[in-house]
Ligand binder design. Sequence first.
Ligand code: FA5
Length: 360
Amino acid sequence: MTTEAILVKLEEIKGIGLHGLEAIETLEYLEEWRVAYLGRRSQLAQLLRGLSSLSFEERRLVGARANETKALLEQSLLKREEILKEADAALLSTKEEMDITLPGRPVPLGRLHPTTQMVREICNAFVSMGFQVVEGPEVEWDHYNFEMLNIPKDHPARDMWNSLWIDYADEDGERTMLLRTHTSPMQARIMEGMRPPVRVVVPGKCYRYEATDATHEWHFFQIEGLAVDEGITFADLKGTLYEFARRIFGPQRRVRFRCDYFPFVEPGVDMAIDCFACQGRGFLSSGAEEGCRLCRGSGWIEIMGAGMVHPKVLEGVGYDPTIYTGFAFGLGPERIAMLKYGIDDIRLFYSNDLRFLSQF
Ligand code: FA5
């Protein structure tokens, strides 16, 4: 082939190629065009391979022109590819238009367990009165659960707490470890570890070997409170617990303290609030035959045990009871939540029923 003929052929390839490229509307055909005009078997590639038969001068002229043609075709290919991709993207976005009137998909939300919410609310009430929050072990020694609380072995008061013992015995064959039956063992643990003034609340799980019913679980939470310092009196106990009742149940609440027995306090009391269903009247409407179901007609609802820390408990941890005095209390947050939210069965808290749990 002469130089002239090759140059004409190059012009022809360029012209037809560019014309064809303009007509291509899809990326798929673009690839076919690339193979046809720039591939190894394309006319252009064959022309370039045939240059070896030309003289040096002719090769320089034709080679330069062939390279220009190739570069032009390559650039035009890239440009066309860009245009087609943009057009594709624009088409896709119109096809996938978002309908903002469609309702969103619900996202299942987790939340805190009602007991946890109640525990936090109660602890916060005491924290705002200057108490610290402390936690302790659920598997406890007999020593702390009973002995340090003035409940020696064979003391009849042990029957107040039906215990779940751990299968572990000391060298005398005595079972000495149990699931704590209340949070009171933390009283001794805390006092052993610090000097007065002490002001703590201890939330935590407790276990009792008991049949369950609407107000009793075999595992439940308690919140223990302990305040020890010089000159603490029963008036401090009353004032603190009265303020607590007002914060949790509202400013209208009245409180009542009656004698009760716990071996680790003296005097011991149970604290009750006036029933907020019947406003302490014992019946819901005047003339009603049936008494209020919440307080069983008494007008009062017991919410916790409390008392002045027994001198023997103070002595046991090395505090001088002639200098230091204190008060302690223990309450059940599930029972408080039941009162506050009208829940009629404590077993609902631990039955994992979403219909109940999702109400809180
Ligand atoms: C005690 O456990 C004492 N440690 C409380 C105490 C602390 C008294 C400090 C004096 C000074 P009691 O057994 O009454 O007391 O339990 C206290 C609270 O725990 C109860 O008022 C109740 O709210 C809750 N409670 C007790 N047993 C159960 C149970 N089986 N299920 C759910 N809550 C319970």
